[in-house]
Design a binder for this molecule. Structure first.
Ligand code: BGC
Length: 761
């Protein structure tokens, strides 16, 4: 349907704007189309300023406002506000600066032609798109990818998403999403790199570099969107400056330092000011302190939402405060289009303020070589299946294994595959799958079928429950059939979890369990006594202590994209070992949320091993604890098993007395004591022992993915510049306080080898 609409629009475009009327402004062409534009990321030549000056001199106010106006075309990625296409006339008048959601190179070409050949000054458009976990080649969702702790992988993923987007005529992606996410109720945790500022910052910078190999990148959503109260999407955030600086700013700062082209502003308010008009945060910090010179874009319709926030009485005021805050581009609300010219005429904002934003948009267009690019559609590259499979393998976290994995094909001759997600293609793609198509997906069922044929294992498949509309089997019959299969098998593999629409935007949850029917199915399978391997498909941490009790193995596979099934089966059969770690803490119960490893201790901490104790077992009440659940998570941040065992030893510090100018250097020896080659993510955590303000219990400060062949050792060096241990002083200035620090080196955020060092003035 979307395609059909696009095709009609193209025809209309050709009729209304025949080639014969081609009229480009010769002065602008001379100033702008003759620039030799370097690769994205290289500094633009000085001639760019002359081009921009020429445009600004000739451009009427309405067209300037047009440059700051962005509309969706074809798809809705938010509530229906405004039109969803048919902007040819506006483009021809020069009153649209960018379009998003078009995923059709032919339509892009037609619209670019209208802009270039028929608009008064011939300014090209920018085309935006969310390539959050791939464009057509859908790869693991960011929460999964982050668990690889492999920044090169994130960079490559972004590069592939960007390349495919570029072939579709897109020049601006709204990714990476770098919101720190510490609350599994919030559905957008799936789009994020998880809870930790250091991991998210490294992933953020790598993704920005990857995207920028072909198109403009956007770090979103600035800022603290992931801290929405109650985990409810779009809700209020109230947060201390310390926490903003320590947790929520760093991934954005990393993106800016990596040269990110644009920043998207979050929907939420922070400390009483909606981000869309948050002048202190945007103009003072992002632009002023961090020196960000790129384009700030609103989120979908967000300028129009300033009235709902009740900080603007009408659209005119909304437009004024958003522009004053330095939001350059209005995505979809059309507030700028409606109000900015009037505000200038009434003398309420200077035209120079509009020029400032137009300048930034034009620079972006020049950086994408908009004047000289050939917009002719090209044949897109083929799906990058081998990358999707590799990324999938590297994103799988083994949460539990009682010796059943990898599957021993000499012992396991009959496998019962169950679960409604075992053969559901669309659900493997994940919630923001761009142009990913279900027909491209290899499910676990498909991959397992290929595999058992090769290995002469008998496979049965019974979904056990089908919750989708149109399912015709009675629930109890479906369960019974699956249970019978389970009883007759040597091993059960259950693929259960969430559908792709159960996480993502506007998908907050108050319940972090499995859908009831799936729980019922698994509990019924427990009674058969056949070992159960559970493969979880989900976009957020799920609280499943009962599953941890009953399953022989749990494989957290998230949404891995088009090669989901192959990646999972490769791991199940041990072709590769699982190597990923959790990028977000997995709770035992929803009531623990927000739950993250770096919590501050409180004055009555229930610490370490004690945090895994229930009140009934240890009735000392007056601690910071629950009366009905343990404090400890089900699985901590940074945790994940593999198929061999590692031991850490010989912890040594190059120096245990350092100044703020030094770099802490930690040496550790890792030994693979198992019988197969393996990879471990060695993690370094640090705690400031005594400080003027309360500090996190520990913070990740460095990590390394280390390859260790069986029965061999490797020496690993981890480093932390001491200045990264700074806290904010009373004036908000980062300061390293002298004193002792404790560090832990381990394979998760829990435990590890311990040492101390001292920082002197
Ligand atoms: C989302 C953004 C996205 C935009 C455009 C919004 O609803 O919050 O993340 O980039 O839509 O699709």
């Amino acid at each position: 349907m979307q395609k059909l609409t696009a095709a009609l629009v193209v025809v209309v475009g050709l009729v209304v704007f025949p080639r014969a009327t081609l009229a480009r402004d010769s002065e602008v062409e001379l100033a702008c189309a003759t620039i030799d534009v370097p690769a994205l990321g290289e500094p633009l030549p000085a001639k760019v300023d002359a081009c921009i000056a020429t445009i600004l001199r000739k451009m009427p106010l309405a067209q300037k406002v047009g440059q700051l106006t962005k509309y969706t075309w074809g798809a809705l990625t938010g509530p229906a506000v405004g039109l969803t296409g048919g902007y040819e006339e506006l483009i021809a008048r020069g009153e649209v600066g960018s379009i998003f959601n078009v995923a059709d190179a032919t339509l892009v070409e037609k619209l670019q032609r209208i802009a270039r050949d028929h608009s008064p000054l011939g300014i090209p458009l920018l085309f935006g798109y969310d390539s959050v976990h791939g464009y057509r080649t859908t790869y693991p969702v960011p929460l999964a990818l982050a668990g690889s702790f492999d920044v090169g992988l994130a960079q490559q993923a972004a590069r592939i998403g960007a390349l495919e987007s570029a072939y579709a005529g897109i020049d601006w992606t709204y990714a990476p999403m770098v919101d720190i996410s510490r609350d599994a109720r919030w559905g957008r945790i799936v789009e994020s790199f998880g809870e930790d500022p250091l991991l998210a910052s490294r992933m953020s910078a790598a993704s920005v570099r990857g995207f920028r190999s072909h198109i403009m990148a956007t770090a979103k959503h600035f800022v603290a969107y992931g801290a929405a109260e109650s985990g409810r999407d779009y809700a209020t955030v109230d947060m201390s400056p310390e926490r903003l600086y320590e947790a929520y700013f760093p991934p954005f700062r990393a993106a800016v330092d990596a040269g990110v082209d644009s920043i998207m502003v979050a929907f939420n308010d922070v400390n009483g000011i909606p981000m869309t008009c948050n002048k202190p945060m945007l103009r003072d910090i992002l632009r002023g302190v961090w020196g960000f010179k790129g384009v700030i874009v609103s989120d979908y319709g967000a300028i129009g939402e300033l009235m709902a926030h009740r900080v603007a009485r009408d659209r005119v005021q909304a437009g004024k405060i958003a522009l004053e805050a330095s939001v350059d581009v209005d995505m979809q609300s059309a507030v700028y289009a409606e109000t900015l010219a009037e505000l200038v005429l009434r003398g309420e904002i200077p035209e120079a303020l509009i020029d400032e934003s137009v300048r930034r948009v034009l620079r972006a267009k020049l950086s994408m070589d908009g004047w000289n690019r050939d917009y002719t559609p090209r044949t897109p590259p083929p799906l990058d299946r081998s990358f999707a499979r590799e990324a999938g393998r590297k994103s799988i976290v083994l949460l539990k294994n009682e010796g059943v994995l990898p599957i021993d094909k000499h012992r396991v001759k009959r496998i019962a595959l169950i679960g409604p997600l075992a053969d559901s293609r669309v659900d493997m793609l994940g919630p923001w799958h761009g142009q990913g198509r279900p027909e491209d997906v290899v499910t676990v069922f498909k991959a397992l079928t290929e595999r058992v044929t090769r290995d002469e294992v008998t496979l049965t498949y019974a979904p056990g429950i089908d919750e989708r509309p149109g399912a015709d089997e009675e629930p109890m019959n479906a369960i019974e059939r699956a249970v019978n299969d389970a009883r007759a098998a040597d091993l059960v593999i259950a693929v259960v979890g969430e559908t792709e629409q159960s996480s993502g935007e506007a998908a907050s949850k108050t319940w972090l369990g499995l859908p009831k029917a799936q729980e019922q199915l698994l509990r019924a399978v427990f009674t058969t006594g056949t070992p159960l391997v559970t493969v979880l498909v989900n976009g957020r941490p799920l609280a499943l202590p009962w599953l941890d009790d009953g399953a022989a193995a749990i494989v957290e596979s998230w949404h891995l994209g088009i090669e989901h099934g192959h990646a999972v089966v490769d791991v199940l059969f041990g072709d590769v070992a699982p190597t990923a770690k959790l990028a977000a803490t997995v709770p035992r119960a929803v009531g623990q949320e927000p739950l993250y490893y770096s919590m501050r201790p409180s004055g009555r901490p229930l610490r370490g091993a004690d945090s895994g104790i229930l009140l009934a077992d240890y009735p000392e009440r007056y601690f910071s604890r629950y009366i009905d659940e343990k404090n400890a998570p089900l699985y901590p941040f940074g945790y994940g098993l593999t198929y061999t065992r590692f031991e850490l030893g010989d912890l040594r510090l190059a120096s245990s007395t350092l100044t703020p100018a030094d770099t802490l250097e930690v040496h550790v020896r890792i030994t693979n004591v198992g019988e197969r080659d393996g990879i471990e993510v060695v993690q370094l955590y640090v705690r400031d022992d005594v400080a003027t303000t309360t500090r996190p219990g520990k913070e990740l400060k460095d990590f390394a993915r280390v390859d260790v062949p069986k029965r061999q050792s490797r020496d690993v060096v981890l480093r932390v510049p001491v200045r990264e241990l700074a806290i904010l002083d009373a004036n908000g200035v980062p300061l390293v306080e002298p004193g002792t620090f404790t560090l832990w080196v381990g394979n998760s955020s829990a435990g590890g080898l311990e040492a101390q060092f001292e920082v002197t003035p």
